[in-house]
Write a protein that binds this ligand. Structure first.
Ligand code: NI
Length: 184
């Protein structure tokens, strides 16, 4: 296994729409394993393949406390969205930034496992948020797209400034333990 480089906003490759996986081969399983290793190494609870510049519809998730319940979802699709809920999100591709996003509370979704089984499930809570966030990635969408133009501009300016200064200035106010658990 190997860790992969995670692309950061505003990298345009994060805007590409990932293509469906046509056949589950050892290569696809290998990609998923490397994605899991990368997600754990970076301290995230979810990662989509196009965040590591692989344009395929694969996401990995682990929301368990002890990081020992990895999920690999190939060609994930949302079938039904119900209700609304707001929660704070972060993203490995937008380091050190957290904000509140409104999403569906309950989702029904379908995916294929690495053993080529197709599964349909209904979930709510953090897993539902995470799946919606990661499927957005596969469609070239980031959680910051949901922010107001004012907030997005402020974030762009901050990232620009960090690039010039050559380091990240952490917003300690937002980096509490709760948000650290929600880097998707
Ligand atoms: Ni993300």
């Amino acid at each position: 296994m190997a860790t992969l480089k995670v692309l950061h906003f505003p990298d345009e490759r994060l805007r590409l729409k990932a293509a469906p996986v046509e056949e589950i081969t050892p290569k696809i399983s290998g990609i998923a394993d490397n994605m899991l290793e990368t997600m754990y190494a970076e301290g995230g609870i979810g990662l989509a393949a196009n965040q590591v510049n692989i344009q395929k519809r694969i996401i990995v998730i682990d929301i368990s406390e002890h990081k020992n319940e990895p999920l690999i979802l190939i060609n994930p699709e949302i079938l039904k969205l119900e209700g609304k809920e707001e929660s704070q999100e972060g993203c490995l591709s937008v380091p050190d930034y957290f904000d509140v996003v409104q999403r569906a509370k309950n989702i029904e979704y379908r995916y294929t496992t690495p053993k080529n089984k197709t599964i349909t499930k209904t979930v709510d809570g953090l897993l539902a948020v995470c799946i919606q966030h990661e499927i957005d990635h596969l469609n070239g969408k980031l959680f910051i797209d949901y922010l107001s133009p004012l907030k997005r501009n402020r974030l762009k300016k901050r990232i620009h400034k960090q690039k010039i200064e050559g380091h990240r200035s952490k917003n300690s106010e937002q980096l509490n333990n709760e948000s650290l658990n929600k880097i998707l």
